[in-house]
Design a binder for this molecule. Sequence first.
Ligand SMILES: [Zn+2]
Length: 417
Amino acid sequence: METDPHESAPTREGVLDAATMRAQHRRLLLNLLWNEREASRADLARRSGLSRSTVSAIVGDLLETGVVREARTGTSTGGRRPIVLELVADAALLVGVELGASHVTVVLTDLYGTVLGHREVPCAVRDDPECALNLVEDCIGGLLQARPGARERIVGIGVAAPSPIDPRAPGKFVPSILPKWAGYDVVERLRKRFGRPVLVDNDANLGALAELWWAGRAENLVYLKVATGIGAGLIMDGRILRGARGVAGEIGHTTIDPNGPLCMCGLRGCLTTLAGTHRLFESVRELRKEHPSSPLQTEPLTVDRLVDAALEGDELARHVITEAGRTLGIGVANLLNLVNPERLVIGGGITRAGELLLEPLRHTVRTRALAESIAHAEIERSPLGELGIAIGAATLVLERALAEPAMFDVVKEGART
Ligand SMILES: [Zn+2]
């Protein structure tokens, strides 16, 4: 007898629906537990609106991954004493990688952004992708080896790249910014090596994501990364604003001086050419003669040396940092007018100069942004410090895993073997 396709369809859809429903319930309960850190099955049923039996079934799944455990017996409010469930912060781990212009940074974090270990090594990332990827693999390998059982508990690897990232091809970088990386796919490479999902986003976007999750949760915030390149991560209404192809926030390549110097992107007078690290070093070299006693008479120049000299009172260093602050202020004023954030956080090694950079920056902002956009905008250094972007890369994986709890299944499988 021939099968009637109409007869089998409802059953198949019914099965799919049940699976989808179970996944949705799992997401709901996991997120409740992540937010509250602990709750009983009855609490979860009350807050989610799900039935006690559904909650018990889903909690069973969660217990199996080890991400949730029965912690203790709570106090009774009348009946049997309830068992308190808790989210186990280090039952699953996240890897965050920052590819900087001149360094590779890797962090290992738990499910609440706590850094359990980190490595940072100098590397010419722009010019030598092979070396950069080898170092990333070595750093991840080293961190996992240093912590017994860590390898099996990794949920995924997040990567922060100094390039706009097109969500349709996240492993590949933009050729106009990183020409030597043509032909490399970071996602494929790291997934093959570690057998875990690899998520990539722009570095400033991930600096912003880290601020959103771990430092105040302002729903409208801007993270301005100031280093060799300058870029902004924009969080609007609690979400990263990426644009059509991931280029949103490239404030470093907006024109400040139409007749200015040529930028690495091929345009002229970009903010990066006027306030990026290379420009600061050029300024030091141009002005050295006027400051014979400056400790910056010798090469090689680094951001750390520049900031140290400024903090110790060196006039040349202070002059260069003041000028950088004034120029950055133009970019910041434009950002405030454009997206009206509650917080604008500045990250990058140069921010260690503190008020020496921020005072002239705020001065420019006051003279160039609308009073209304300044009124409620805090301009501050990133409280997360130098690991902020790498922590943001790990947070990208956490955000995905809380939305798709099936990602935690690798932890379950790992724990069994
Ligand atoms: Zn440019």
